[in-house]
Write a protein that binds this ligand. Structure first.
Ligand code: C2O
Ligand code: CU
Ligand code: CU
Length: 466
C-alpha cells in the first residue's frame, strides 16, 4: 500500500476502526500491485451500522460511511483519477452515487440502471476522474429514505488543478427524524410525502446541533455548505455584507455576488467566500431564513491562525469548470411537466394506498419497480445541444437533479436569472424554467427530485444519451 493511500485511509478513520476490512482490501491491493505497479486505492469506504450521539438524550442506531457520522470527507484532484474501494457492511444491498460528478455512466452508482446492486457483504471499486473542481457529495441510491435518512451522506471535495487562496470550511447540513432519546420517529409520513416531504426534528451541522465552529481569524474562508438532508430547503444567509457566493452546486460563478438569502434545496450546495474578522473570539452567526426572521443554524468563531498569513483583501472568483456551452440556436427543446397525482388517485383499484404521488410527463416511477426499468423520459443524441423546458405544475417546491451532466439555467418565470451552471434546480411551486446543456456524456442518467420521498413516490425518471 502506498504512503498516500495509507494516509488517506487513516484520515478516513479506517485504520483504527476497520482493521479486518482494511487488511482484506490491502491484500487484494497487494495482489493487483504484483501485476500493476500503479495499483492503489485512494480511499477504502464502508457502509455499516453504527451508534452515534446525535440527539441530546441518547445514542442513535445510524448507518454510517466507515461507521461514522459525519462521514469522511473524500478529497479528489480535478482531472486526476480517484479510486474508492467500497465495501457493503450493511445487511441489505446498496450502491454509492457521486452527486454532481460528470462521471462515466458505469460508475454513477444507480442500481439496475448503471450497475447491479452491491449485495450485503459485497464490494465494488469505484474508479473515476472528476473533470470539474468544486463541492460535491456522495450517497447511496437504494432504499434511500432509510439509508440517507440514517446517515449515509458525505462530502466529496474536488480540488482545483491550481490551488486557490482560500481556507476550506466544510459545513454538512442534515436533519434527523429522532425522538429526544435518540430513537427514530417514522422516517416518512405519507401525508407529508405528498406535500413538501417529512421534515427532521434534530438539525445537525457536521453531526452537531448548532455548533460553534473555530475558524482562523483574518483569513479568507471558503464556506462549503452542503445540503445533505433528504427534505429541507435551507434559506442560507449570513447577514454580513462581506459574504459572497463563489459557487453554486459545485460550479463556480464568473463574478462573485453578495450573499443575501440563497435557497438551497435537498442535494444542493453553496460555496461562500468570506473574510473572517482579524479579532480573536469574534462570532459570526449563520442563518436559515424563514421569511424576515432568521433561525441560527451554527456560528463561526475566530481563533488565532496557525500560520501567519498576509492580510486578505477581496473575494476572488474561482476558475470556471470546463463545461461545454450549449448551442442555443441549434438546440432541440423538450418539455418536462412535474405533476401531483396524489390528490387524484389516493388509492388503486384494489383499495390499496397508491404510493405514487408524483408524475413526470404523466408517468410515475417508484423505487419498487426499479428492477423493471421503465422507458426513458427522453432519448438524446450524443453531442447535440438540448433545452429542457421544466414546468412544476404542483403547489410544492422540487429540487430537480440530473445525473452525469451539468446544465445551464437560462431563465425562469419566477425570478431574474443570470445564467449559471448547476446539477440541481430548485423549482418553486408553479415555476417554469429553461435549462440547457450539451448531451456529451453517453449513458442512462437519472432525472429526479432530490426530496427523497418525492423520488421514492414517483418523481423519478431517466434520459438516455447515445
Ligand atoms: Cu444526489 Cu440521484 O442523486
Ligand atoms: Cu446525482
Ligand atoms: Cu419533489
Amino acid at each position: 500500500m502506498k504512503r498516500r493511500t495509507l494516509l488517506k485511509a487513516a484520515a478516513a478513520g479506517l485504520i483504527s476502526a476497520n482493521l479486518p476490512s482494511l487488511s482484506l482490501a490491502m491484500s487484494s491491493a497487494d495482489r493487483s500491485a504484483n501485476t500493476n505497479g500503479e495499483e492503489h486505492y485512494d480511499y477504502i469506504l464502508t457502509a455499516e451500522p453504527a451508534k452515534a450521539r446525535i440527539a441530546a438524550g441518547g445514542d442513535s442506531d445510524i448507518l454510517g460511511f466507515n461507521g461514522q457520522f459525519p462521514a469522511p470527507v473524500i478529497r479528489a484532484k480535478q482531472g486526476k483519477p480517484l479510486r474508492v474501494m467500497f465495501i457493503n457492511k450493511l445487511d441489505e444491498p446498496t450502491t454509492v452515487h457521486w452527486h454532481g460528478i460528470r462521471i462515466a455512466n458505469n460508475m454513477d452508482g444507480v442500481p439496475h440502471l448503471t450497475q447491479p446492486p452491491i449485495p450485503a457483504g459485497g464490494r465494488f471499486l469505484y474508479e473515476f476522474t472528476c473533470p470539474d473542481a468544486g463541492t460535491f457529495w456522495y450517497h447511496p441510491h437504494m432504499n434511500s429514505v432509510e439509508q440517507l435518512g440514517k446517515g449515509l451522506v458525505g462530502a466529496l471535495i474536488v480540488e482545483e488543478e491550481t490551488p486557490q487562496d482560500y481556507h476550506d470550511v466544510v459545513l454538512g447540513l442534515k436533519d434527523w427524524r429522532l425522538k429526544k432519546d435518540g430513537s427514530y420517529l417514522q422516517l416518512s409520513i405519507p401525508r407529508e410525502a405528498f406535500r413538501d416531504g417529512t421534515l427532521g426534528t434534530v438539525a445537525t451541522i457536521n453531526g452537531l446541533q448548532k455548533p460553534t465552529i473555530d475558524v482562523p481569524a483574518g483569513e479568507r474562508l471558503r464556506l462549503r455548505f452542503l445540503n445533505m438532508d433528504s427534505t429541507r430547503v435551507f434559506n442560507l444567509s449570513m447577514r454580513n455584507e462581506t459574504a459572497h457566493i463563489i459557487a453554486i452546486d459545485g460550479s463556480p460563478i464568473a463574478v462573485p455576488v453578495p450573499l443575501d438569502v440563497h435557497p438551497t434545496g435537498a442535494g444542493m450546495r453553496l460555496d461562500v467566500g468570506f473574510i473572517s474578522p482579524t479579532e480573536i473570539g469574534k462570532e459570526i452567526a449563520i442563518f436559515d431564513m424563514k421569511g424576515r426572521f432568521g433561525v441560527e443554524i451554527c456560528r463561526l468563531k475566530t481563533v488565532a491562525p496557525s500560520t501567519k498569513t498576509s492580510k486578505k483583501v477581496g473575494i476572488p472568483a474561482l476558475p470556471i469548470n470546463p463545461i461545454p456551452a450549449p448551442q442555443l440556436d441549434a438546440a432541440e427543446s423538450l418539455s418536462f411537466v412535474f405533476e401531483w397525482a396524489g390528490a387524484l388517485s389516493p388509492s388503486d383499484a384494489s383499495g390499496e394506498v397508491d404510493h405514487n404521488f408524483w408524475l413526470i410527463n404523466r408517468r410515475a416511477w417508484s423505487d419498487h419497480s426499479h428492477q423493471n426499468l421503465p422507458e426513458p423520459l427522453a432519448a438524446l443524441t450524443l453531442g447535440k445541444s438540448y433545452i429542457f423546458e421544466l414546468h412544476n405544475a404542483t403547489p410544492h417546491h422540487h429540487p430537480i437533479h440530473l445525473h452525469g451532466l451539468i446544465f445551464t439555467v437560462l431563465e425562469s418565470d419566477k425570478k431574474d436569472v443570470t445564467p449559471f451552471h448547476t446539477d440541481t434546480i430548485l423549482l418553486e411551486k408553479n415555476e417554469r424554467a429553461k435549462i440547457a446543456f450539451v448531451a456529451d456524456n453517453p449513458g442512462k442518467w437519472m432525472f429526479h427530485c432530490h426530496v427523497i420521498e418525492h423520488m421514492k413516490t414517483g418523481l423519478m425518471g431517466y434520459i438516455t444519451i447515445a
